[in-house]
Structure formats: C-alpha cells, structure tokens
Design a protein around this ligand. Structure first.
Ligand SMILES: [Zn+2]
Ligand SMILES: [Zn+2]
Length: 255
C-alpha cells in the first residue's frame, strides 16, 4: 500500500522542501493525492510556537527548538518575564530551573500506522506546540510518577529534569485542561489532543493507544489522533499520555 503512493509523496514533498514557507502553494497537491493518510505539514507549521524552527526534508518534518516553553513557569526563576509562582502545595525539585537545550525532532509528514507498535520510553515521546517535550507517566528509573514527584509540577503539569530539560507529564494550564486543544505531536507524527473531541464530548471509542480517527479542529477531514488520558492522576492532572505504545512508527528525537 505504502509503495503505491510513495512516488507521489516524493514529488510533492520535494516541491515543498525548497523553503519553509512553500507549504501554502504545495499543500493542496499533497492533501488531494492522499489515500487515507493525512499530510500534517501545514498544521505543524501553523501551530507550533515561533521558537520552534520547522523545515521539511524528503517525507519528513524537522522541528528544532531549545525546549523552553512559551508560557509562564516558576522554573523560569524570579525576575524572568515568564516567572509565576508554584500552585499551592507545590515546590521546586532539586533540578531547579529551565535551561535551554538543543532538540531536533524528526517526524513523518504523513504519519501512518505501524505494523508493530513500539512502546514509549523514558525521555521525549513528542513535542508540545509550546516548544517543550512531552514525556509519558514514568520518571528516571522507569518508575511511575509518585506523590512526591508530582508536587514538583508547575501549573502546566511539567518540571525540569537534571539537565534543566523541562517536560510535561500531565495536563495543565497552557496545554489542555478539559477541552479539545491540540497539545502537540508525538514522535510518530500523530497529533495529541485534550480529553475532549471538538464537539465537546469525551471520545468513547479510543483504542489501545488512546487514539482514534475522527475530525479535529485542525484536521476537519479526519485524522488519527491521540487523546490525553481521561484519568486524574493523584488529583494533580490528567496523564498527558500514560505509558503505552505508539500507534505509528516513531521518528528521532535528539538532544
Ligand atoms: Zn519528569
Ligand atoms: Zn478524538
């Protein structure tokens, strides 16, 4: 199946690899030649924070950023324009503050289901449109977040790891709370949304990867997408994506 559409893919993607802003002219071509898969390039370019540099190469999209979110956090430190205090009962972890990283995430422009579904692991499983990585519900040592760890979350359900590398574990202010917001894209190129669908209801047909195919605000013709877990974690927030497997084939994420 994939081989049949590959030449078409190559042609259209070569056309849009010339420059960053060529998508407006080339995307109509790529979307009309799809046979089930959806080209995410124009949405990726439109929705990520301006701190994320987006280019295309072949049939991939390359996102580069320093991992610092475009919203407030206590981990920016007092005096920083993006500083805000911790939520009640929360306080800093020993890692202290947000430090700029050098991230590159490469994802397919036309994400597709994988024949075997690889488990998510520690570290970045995707990138939020805010410009910071998404982690699953495990911490160093591959243990689930515990009551001690979660008090280090800021209002966004995030905190920095040892290298100052800020990341989300649960939902929160600035990403999604109880809504159908686009949170970001996982490493397999499929988008991640809040707990609701665009019609305001909680989806009832989610698969083992916590996703399904349906229309979203950004993809009105339908796309496979993940939802954040509708499962409140120790009253702190909802898992942004509980440890599980990717629906598609994961791309690379380097730092
Ligand atoms: Zn963490
Ligand atoms: Zn949905």
């Amino acid at each position: 199946m994939q081989r049949l559409i590959f030449p078409v893919l190559l042609l259209s993607l070569l056309a849009c690899s010339k420059s960053d802003d060529a998508s407006s002219t080339t995307n109509p071509t790529t979307t009309t030649t799809t046979t089930g898969s959806v080209n995410i390039t124009s949405v990726v370019k439109a929705k990520f924070a301006s701190s994320v540099t987006i280019t295309t190469s072949g049939d991939n999209i390359i996102l580069k950023c320093d991992g610092r979110p475009n919203h407030k956090s206590p981990y920016y430190g007092v005096g920083n324009a993006l500083y805000e205090p911790f939520p009640a009962g929360h306080s800093t972890n020993p890692n202290g503050s947000i430090i700029a990283q050098n991230y590159t995430m490469t994802i397919p422009a036309k994400p597709a289901a994988a024949s075997t579904h690889e488990e998510t692991s520690l570290g970045a499983i995707g990138l939020a449109i805010t410009g910071a990585p998404i982690f699953n519900n495990n911490e160093g040592g591959n243990v689930a977040l515990n009551a001690g760890t979660i008090t280090s979350f800021d209002a966004a359900g995030a905190h920095p790891a040892q290298a100052g590398d800020y990341h989300y574990h649960v939902t929160g202010t600035y990403t999604t709370t109880d809504d159908a917001n686009l949170v970001g894209f996982l490493r397999d190129g499929f988008p991640l949304y809040g707990r609701k669908d665009k019609d305001g209801t909680y989806p009832s047909n989610l698969d083992a990867y916590n996703g399904h195919t349906a229309a979203t605000t950004e993809f009105p013709n339908g796309i496979y997408h993940y939802h954040t877990r509708n499962e409140n974690y120790l009253n702190t927030g909802y898992y942004i994506l509980k440890s599980g497997s990717y629906y598609g084939t994961k791309g690379t994420f380097t730092q």
